[in-house]
Design a protein around this ligand. Structure first.
Ligand code: NAD
Ligand code: GLY
Length: 360
């Protein structure tokens, strides 16, 4: 078992990594100053696998355990589901002494975290992430929220968990496509923050693909360490934290243009990173060899890199709807070689897209 700290003064918390550690969860809760009542929030799919061991661990540690099962899927990350959570918390008569445990991927984590941030003006919550994406990204850093019809994550709060408890064994049941999608976020950390890490993933890609536990632990620890260090310096994204959005500007545009159905988030981000690398090269921030190596690694991990066909006008519109647009200019995260980044303000996006052949 290994521990990493997210350093945020009085909101600091630990990330625990281990293999087969769910039965020990209750004792970790006991080490925190939490109340006696807990609501486990999970989804119908994830609950089948992991609800019982987690519930047993909490009961064995003496907690009064309540359970809230959510419908599964991104389309359920909405206000109806959120209100269902509030109803369950109220029906169980949970007061401010209670806490929430989110067991699942980014969808369950984001909704549960937002419910925790807002129920009775805030109760503690803990994350038990069960997808690779959630274990390397969404469970750490305190972004919580839900989607609206008009767009993703438009309602939310920065609200840090009290503990992130990562059991690598939960990835054993994760479908391949979800696993590969999570790897896109891992590659992201290497490209913008750590060339040695990028090389490690490149050199160990075969082991990563078969979910070798030693490689997985190395990927997760380094990814979380990079995210924790960024969040510690810029919790509320006033600048630096934007680096975590590398590949996401075009990735989000692709998700939106394809109606959020065709691509998983990480797949769209993989295409977005390949395009961002091309833009970076075109603007003189990196060499062709860097672009080729980034794209090659994504391909080795069976991630898509080719931009789907939409008109340039559609790409422009979708990109300019991004939250990072101010006064018509967009701040793009570009890679500086491999292992470093620049935040570049682009005012003539059309010219850049044309130069890089983005959009037909
Ligand atoms: P997800 O939560 O929808 O999970 C993907 C699928 O995998 C679901 O069908 C789920 O039931 C299933 N699943 C989860 N764990 C499993 C397991 N161990 N075994 C078998 N099946 C399992 O998707 P995700 O990729 O984890 O998260 C995506 C969400 O995360 C998006 O809503 C995105 O906006 C959000 N996100 C948030 C942050 C943040 O900082 N808060 C960062 C990145 C992404
Ligand atoms: N996933 C981007 C962030 O947490 O800031």
């Amino acid at each position: 078992m290994e521990t990493l700290k997210v350093d945020l003064a009085e909101r600091s918390y630990d990330i625990i990594f281990g293999d087969g550690i769910l039965p020990r969860f209750g004792s970790f809760c006991r080490a925190l100053a939490l109340g006696e009542n807990v609501m486990i929030i999970t989804s119908s799919v994830i609950g089948n696998f992991y609800l019982e061991p987690l519930r047993r661990s909490l009961v064995d540690s003496g907690y009064n355990v309540h359970v809230c099962i959510l419908p599964d899927g991104e389309e359920q990350k909405n206000s109806d589901t959120l209100h269902h959570v509030y109803d369950e918390l109220l029906s169980a008569h949970l007061d401010r002494g209670a806490f929430i445990v989110a067991v699942g991927g980014g969808v369950v984590g984001d909704i549960s975290g937002f419910a925790a941030a807002t129920y009775l003006r805030g109760i503690p919550f803990l994350q038990v992430p069960t997808t690779l994406l959630a274990q390397v990204d969404s469970s750490v850093g305190g972004k919580t929220g839900i989607n609206l019809q008009k767009g993703k994550n438009l309602i939310g709060a920065f609200y840090q968990p009290r503990l992130v408890f990562i059991d690598l064994a939960t990835l054993d049941t994760l479908p391949d496509r979800e696993y590969l999608s999570g790897l896109a976020e891992v590659v992201k950390y290497g490209v913008v923050a750590d060339a040695d890490f990028f090389n490690y993933i490149y050199d160990n890609s075969a082991r990563v693909l078969i979910r070798d536990k030693e490689s997985l632990l190395a990927l997760e620890k380094r990814s979380c360490a990079i995210k924790a260090s960024v969040v510690a310096r810029d919790e509320r994204e006033s600048g630096l934290r934007a680096v975590l959005n590398f590949g996401h500007t075009i990735g989000h545009a692709i998700e939106s243009l394809s109606g959020y159905k065709k691509y998983l988030h990480g797949e769209a981000v993989a295409i977005g990173m390949a395009q961002a690398a091309r833009i970076s090269e075109a603007m003189g921030h990196s060499a062709k060899a860097d672009t080729d190596r980034i794209i090659r690694l994504l391909e080795m991990l069976h991630l898509p890199v080719e931009l789907p066909y939409y008109s340039q006008e559609n790409y422009l519109k979708a990109i300019l709807r991004d939250k990072k647009v101010k006064d018509g200019s967009i701040t793009f995260v570009l890679n500086k070689g491999i292992g470093n980044f620049s935040l570049v303000k682009i005012s003539d996006l059309k010219a850049v897209l044309e130069k890089c052949g983005i959009g037909g």
